[in-house]
Design a protein around this ligand. Structure first.
Ligand code: ADP
Ligand code: MG
Length: 333
């Protein structure tokens, strides 16, 4: 797939994004300030998923192209350094060389990603565990499917934060309003609000279900990430197993269909990504207590894996703040 530039109707972008990413962009904006010049969207494949960059206000084509190249370069750089699948990545080479001190050995530009992963592991008592592959090997499982050190739960969010910095730097003090989306890791960059939809996790097994089940509005600087058992999973004996493992036991996590986390600017897209995986493992009760203790400004919702009676369990700061919910919402304290 080659990069596609288009100024097409907002809804076309909405639907295609919904299919590719875990989050659907419901309506980009209603109050455009550009006198009718539509938003610009570019999509391209990277890091095993689809990236999308949207500008609410029409910017000069050349400048938009240049921004796209900067964002693309950020993602490619992160992929080159942190891919667990590419044996040539820095992470794979360190892993093969038997590295033990990852934060020191890694290139300075990606150190924050290693640090955040190790911090999350410590704070969650190992529920989040970048060494889950090692754990599986120790248990005699995994068979090389998982690399020794895996930042797959956090690297995409980290890449989005790097790209956001690039956009902010390039646009300087001017007005701009961008939405970056890397495989369902979204960050609003610059001014303006973005309405985003939480994807219905049961649609994969029942296409007659609506595409989204709740609406969240992001303001500039905020990020949202989703972890689900529906986009990527492992099939074993005809059963679907989540690609998220409990880092403490090495077991596939069950019981939750999806988790969505919103973080403020201070936390960024990297933490939204890392937290969505952590909270998927912890579940609603322990997850809410974990957030209260370590990340009180994050908002989260869980969708239990009960397609017959779909519902949403939300932290109290999320429950009162959801713009729309199509299923019953219960609030955790
Ligand atoms: P996605 O990659 O689908 O966006 P996540 O952000 O939740 O979803 O990341 C899932 C990935 O994280 C898995 O594919 C695996 O590489 C890694 N992973 C799985 N379980 C854990 C865990 N307990 N702690 C840290 N990383 C994990
Ligand atoms: Mg994640």
């Amino acid at each position: 797939m080659r990069p596609v530039f288009k100024k097409a109707a907002i809804y076309a972008a909405v639907i295609s994004a919904a299919i590719a990413a875990e989050i659907a962009i419901v309506r980009l904006c209603s109050d455009r300030e550009d006198g009718g010049d539509g938003p610009q969207v570019v999509r391209w494949p990277v890091m095993g998923t689809v990236a999308q960059m949207t500008s609410r206000k029409h910017v000069d084509e050349l400048e938009f192209g240049e921004l796209f190249m900067r964002v693309q370069a950020s993602y490619s750089r992160v992929e080159q350094l942190l891919s667990a699948w590419n044996p040539e990545s820095e992470l794979s080479r360190l892993s093969a060389a038997g590295c033990t001190n990852w934060t020191e050995a890694a290139s300075p530009e990606v150190r924050p990603c290693y640090e955040a992963a190790l911090r999350l592991a410590e704070e969650s008592d190992g529920a989040f565990n970048p060494r889950v592959g090692e754990k599986l090997r120790a248990l005699g499982m995994g068979r090389g499917r998982y690399s020794r050190f895996d930042l797959g739960a956090i690297a995409k969010g980290f890449a989005v934060d790097m790209a956001a910095e690039e956009v902010e730097r390039a646009m300087g003090g001017r007005y701009f309003s961008f939405l970056l989306d890397l495989g369902g890791n979204l960050r609003a960059v610059g001014a303006g609000e973005w309405r985003t939809g939480v994807r219905n996790p049961f649609r994969g097994v029942d296409a007659s279900q609506p595409e989204i089940c709740a609406v969240i509005t992001l303001v500039g600087g905020e990020s949202v990430a989703t972890s689900g058992n529906y986009e990527r999973f492992v099939e074993k004996d005809g059963k679907r197993l989540s690609h998220i493992l409990d880092g403490r036991t090495g077991e596939h996590v069950s019981g939750i269909a999806g988790v969505t986390v919103v973080t403020p600017r201070e936390y960024g897209a990297m933490l939204a990504d890392g937290l969505s995986t952590t909270l998927f493992v912890l579940g609603p009760e322990a997850g809410a207590a974990f957030l209260k203790r370590f990340y009180p400004l994050a908002r989260a919702l869980w969708i239990p894996d009960e397609p017959a009676s779909p519902r949403i369990i939300a932290t109290s700061n999320m429950a009162g703040w959801l713009e729309r919910a199509d299923w019953p919402v219960s609030s955790l304290r």
